[in-house]
Design a protein around this ligand. Structure first.
Ligand code: MG
Length: 254
């Protein structure tokens, strides 16, 4: 069952999204060659705690950090550490926070210094795939319209979407129903209603869609070693269309 949030709940989720956005903005500005992912993680954690909020990922099923930091062929769930970023890499950062019991969740992939045009093209496609999914968030749309739009956009640009991980409902829990696949036929699944809130999060691969998990039990990598990018926003369906909680002030009409 998809939970429809009350205006009071939506307001808390708006605050959670705004905090995640603010902290993500801070740490992405610090991304440059020589910085470690552990440093970025420490900054994110202290900023979230200073705001009186709680990191959403730390301790979740035993995950040891506040952000997931995934480099190049790492898709999601990379563990931050002493590894220094190098010029030309792609860094995917995923961040969640809990404000007054409600979750915000966001991911973005950023270039480390100068990256090749092929990497920039992949970044553009990942961003576009997320945007295409968000565009389908309006009352009356069907859930799989989001999935289809994401897939069409990523594959239309010549890339693949990861199938083993999906977007999700979000609210009092980080992962609520429904699961939002990043592929599929349109016109299926529940009809979207105002007050539903989803984390839409395509992972777009330069090569094939297959992924595997490293022996640390967390880090997911592309099976073929090709690059991957990850973009995510927490988005509410509104009467007019949608509101992007992790990009404060951004609303869209159907
Ligand atoms: Mg998520």
């Amino acid at each position: 069952m998809i939970i429809v949030k009350s205006p009071r709940e939506l307001d808390k989720m708006r605050r959670a999204g705004a905090l995640v956005h603010e902290v993500m903005d801070d740490i992405t500005r610090r991304v440059e060659p020589g910085v470690t992912t552990g440093e970025l993680d420490a900054i994110a954690e202290s900023r979230i705690r200073e705001a009186g909020a709680t990191p959403a990922f730390k301790g979740y099923r035993g995950f040891p950090a506040t952000v997931c930091a995934s480099i190049d062929q790492e898709v999601v769930h990379g563990i931050p550490g002493p590894r220094r970023l190098r010029e030309g890499e792609l860094l995917s950062l995923d961040l969640g926070a809990v404000v007054e019991g409600y979750y915000g969740d966001m991911a973005v992939t950023v270039p480390v210094g100068e990256v090749p045009e092929s990497s920039r093209a992949l970044l553009r496609a990942g961003r576009k795939a997320l945007e295409a999914g968000i565009e389908k968030m309006h009352p009356g749309a069907r859930l799989s319209d989001i999935s289809h739009a994401v897939q069409q956009t990523a594959e239309g640009a010549g890339y693949a979407v990861v199938r083993d991980y999906a977007g999700h409902g979000i609210g009092r829990e980080m992962h609520e129903a429904p699961q939002i696949l990043n592929y599929g036929l349109p016109g299926r699944g529940p009809i979207l209603k105002p007050g539903m809130v989803f984390a839409i999060e395509p992972m777009v691969n330069a090569g094939g869609y297959a992924v595997e998990t490293l022996s640390d039990g967390w880090t997911v990598v592309t099976a073929d070693g090709e690059l991957s990018v990850h973009f995510e926003h927490t988005v509410a369906v509104t009467a007019e269309g949608h509101e992007v909680f992790t990009d404060p002030g951004r609303r869209g009409c159907r």
